[in-house]
Design a protein around this ligand. Sequence first.
Ligand code: ADP
Length: 472
Amino acid sequence: MKVFFVASEALPYVKTGGLGDVTGSLPSALHRLGADVSLVLPFYATVKAGNLSMEHVMTSTLTMGGRTLPFTVLRHHQTLFIQQDELFLRDGLYGTREGDHPDNWLRFAFFSRAALETIIALGGADVIHVHDWQTSLLPLYLHVFHPDRHEKTLLTIHNIAYQGLFSPEILPDIGLPESVFTQDGLEFYGNVNYLKGGIVWADQVNTVSPTYAHEIQTDEYSFGLHGILATRRGHLSGILNGIDYSYWDPSADGALPHMYSPSSLAGKVQDKESLLQETGLAAEPDCPLFVMVSRLVAQKGIDLMLGTFDQMMSLSISLMVLGTGDTEIETALVAKAAAYPGRFVLTRKFDEGLAHRMYAGSDFFLMPSRFEPCGLSQMIALRYGSVPVVRRTGGLKDTVQDVHPKTGTGNGISFDDATPSEFLDAVRRAVRLYTDGDAFRRIQAIGMACDFSWQASAREYLALYHSMEASS
Ligand code: ADP
């Protein structure tokens, strides 16, 4: 089974969020099951800065946007990079603090087409697996430019909120005929919708948890795409993401001052002390530490926390937030940090090492998402013995079971309604759980024993690839 992943980010090269974790770790899990998986990525400035030694594979040219765009294909291990410096050698994968790059329509249409032509030039594949709107035009390019090819295409939707919407005037510039701009094609309320292109033209579509696969077929969660998804119902499924258990492993995590394992949590206690010291939180080590490591965007339900912030801080807790995102949310959090010095620390940056230390040093991990396709952070938190406090939606529903007061089962705390009062109630329950030391340690142990490695999910992907190959 020869598979090409085509994605806009992947670890260990570039990551802005969960997509990069998944495209970085699923290929190796599939490889362990015997699949031959390669990855195609853009050659960004951050990749160039890594100074890796790369093999030159080929050069070619595409005409797009009225321009002739030459590109070079480089290889590092199983990853191919499309090098087109005019489009990719700049700050920010998708944009800067000032906003999205205005030519993203061209950058990712070009990348999708260049990746496709490269795969074909290198002998083709059984399955081309594309991810999110950035690579969603690839199945359509295959259909338009290579209708007789045998490759099957799978689109994984990691987040349906991001669709790649652009003016229809770009169509000739990205090499597509007017005939695809219809209601059951690329057209979406007068715009071109890249993600919709993938939904319509990919052979199979999946998303990253069973619950989210169900939710995106509803008006409430689909961001307008439930209608078109209904037409693909028979080709739509949900496969829960996993995390890389060798990378996210508190007993072998070099980013931690003290390592630990489920059988001995002494290192975790020390990690908490170190984290408190590092961040200047004045809290006593025996008062619960809540953390959040997140993009600071509306999706993540931070407004629920802000809506009840003072009541939450009236509890005996301390809080750390690591993240960057929308100015409005950042500004509100900055004001709260100023109001609660020594009790709430906000760190506004992307910091992989600090994220690890926060998973390890915390007692609770907050994730009150309004929607959550899968969510990796709660799985990481579980593995690091930080009890997740989540809203019951999408992948959070599939991975976190509420602690049961009588039976003592469950691996976290969850709530249903996206309201500040339900959020506050969940935090209160967390504090009560923490106060009852034995119950807290039991839930912590259940969480650490959960298995959200890729093993089971990679098997499901492989089975899906085989079923696609068989359906020619
Ligand atoms: P999403 O993909 O919606 O951003 P996920 O929970 O699926 O959310 O994945 C988020 C990933 O990004 C996790 O690995 C998390 O630790 C990481 N992350 C988010 N924000 C930061 C940050 N500011 N610094 C370091 N890591 C971060």
